[in-house]
Design a protein around this ligand. Structure first.
Ligand SMILES: [Fe+2]
Length: 197
């Protein structure tokens, strides 16, 4: 069965002024749709046509002649998570259990946020910043292009931030750190992040 672009879990103007309607119209309706369309075209008639999205990502990571399938499958998976990581009137306080885990592993919420922003701002070129759970510990990482925590044994993605320019250039121009800070402070659905623990 072909993969489909899921509807945004909120209206296109729900994240303003931090992420504009125009950004979501391009990012969700155009960029994400293109990944889904390309993926369906690339797996049509192959043994991957009936595989799960997670299996396709894991099986094609670092496989030279499957780079196109990997890039589009991983970006589909990444964007589905990304939309679910945000909500209208996001940000604010974290649920207590998540906050306790963050403080235990990063020292403080402020230290976690600084580390996450540093990962997002420091990722050279296109990629993603992540909060992951690995071996019972919370960590922040970054990955290039479409690479995601599914590619690495034992990593569970709790939060992902798209730092490709298409995610922030309309609203923030070249100020990627401002975008990642706004993502954490005003857009993230922390209850959703806690539910992934
Ligand atoms: Fe994106």
């Amino acid at each position: 069965m072909a993969f489909e672009l899921p509807a945004l879990p909120y209206a296109h103007d729900a994240l303003g002024p931090y992420m504009s309607q125009e950004t979501l119209e391009f990012h969700h309706d155009k960029h994400h749709q293109t990944y889904v369309t390309n993926l369906n075209n690339l797996i049509k008639g192959t043994d991957m046509e009936s595989a799960s999205l997670e299996d396709i990502v894991k099986k094609t990571y670092n496989v030279a002649d499957k780079a196109g399938v990997f890039n589009n499958a991983s970006q589909h998976w990444n964007h589905v998570l990304f939309w679910e990581c945000m909500k209208k009137n996001g940000g604010g306080n974290m649920p207590g259990e998540l906050e306790s885990r963050i403080i235990a592993d990063f020292g403080s919420v402020a230290d976690f946020k600084a580390a996450f922003v540093a990962k997002g701002a420091g990722q050279f070129g296109s990629g993603w910043a992540w909060l992951i759970e690995s071996n019972g510990k919370l960590e922040v990482t970054s990955t290039p292009n479409g690479v995601n925590p599914l590619c690495f044994n034992g990593q569970k993605a709790l939060l992902g931030c798209d730092v490709w320019e298409h995610s922030y250039y309309i609203d923030y121009r070249n100020r990627r750190p401002d975008y990642v800070n706004a993502f954490l402070d005003s857009m993230v659905d922390w209850e959703g992040v806690a539910a992934r623990l």
